[in-house]
Design a protein around this ligand. Structure first.
Ligand code: CA
Length: 228
């Protein structure tokens, strides 16, 4: 589970990051609104913890832009004690929850975990794009109703691309999220893994539309085709 934390107060960022890491989360931290929006709109996170008062760009404006762009990542706002209007605005702009400062990190983590459970119950356990169906709980992928036998890594890669059909991911982004590398190992592991997935899918005789849903984008990376 990966959380993006956008918070300019170093002290808060420090204890929040430490708390999440202790609970097994990966945490990325930004200390201003410009970077925060940039990461939130290009990265893939299970949840975003977003402060409202930020240098560069405020949290509500970030929230609004993300939702407008169709980003549905669960977002919990951090508000100052007297920002009641902001909380109301935040919820109406599509925040999933808010927490007033000062708070205990245990409570923040509990709220985030509750959000993740709710979200996974509602929509994330089964992803369907066209004829491809991915069941996160059963760890099963079917293509044209036939089971595709994927390894754990292949499964995670399909899931990662499938969450954002039409969006292009670079090899570096894929490495970061599927392999958890934060460096480029200068190997073609991503390409090899995608070739294996394609091969497994194309071996399923499904007629005309059995073409792989994962497209190469020359010089950039890969994307999941938007399927009907
Ligand atoms: Ca702040």
């Amino acid at each position: 589970m990966k959380v993006l934390l956008v918070e300019d107060e170093q002290k808060i960022a420090g204890f929040v990051s430490a708390g999440f890491k202790e609970q097994g989360f990966a945490v990325e931290h930004c200390d201003n609104g410009i970077d925060g929006y940039d990461r939130a709109s290009t990265g893939v996170y299970d949840a975003i913890v977003l402060d409202i008062m930020l240098p560069g760009r405020d949290g509500l404006s970030i929230l609004k832009s993300l939702r407008k762009a169709g980003n549905v990542t669960p977002i919990i706002l951090l508000t100052a004690r007297n920002e009641l209007d902001d909380r109301i605005d935040g919820l109406s702009l599509g925040a999933d929850d808010y927490l007033a400062k000062p708070f205990f990190v245990e409570e923040l983590i509990a709220r985030v975990q509750a959000l993740l459970r709710r979200v996974s119950g509602e929509r994330q356990n089964v992803l369907t794009v066209g004829e491809l169906r991915l069941d996160r709980i059963g760890r099963e992928v079917t293509w044209h109703s036939q089971s595709v036998d994927l390894t754990g890594r292949e499964f995670n890669l399909v899931e990662y691309l499938m969450r954002s059909p039409g969006r292009v991911f670079t090899r570096t982004q894929i490495l970061e999220h599927v392999w958890d590398y934060d460096f480029d190992p200068s190997t073609n592991v991503v390409d090899v893994c995608i070739q294996r997935i394609r091969k497994k899918m194309s071996s399923i005789g499904a007629g005309a539309d059995s073409e792989s849903p994962i497209e190469s984008v020359r010089g950039v990376g890969y994307r999941f085709r938007k399927l009907p």
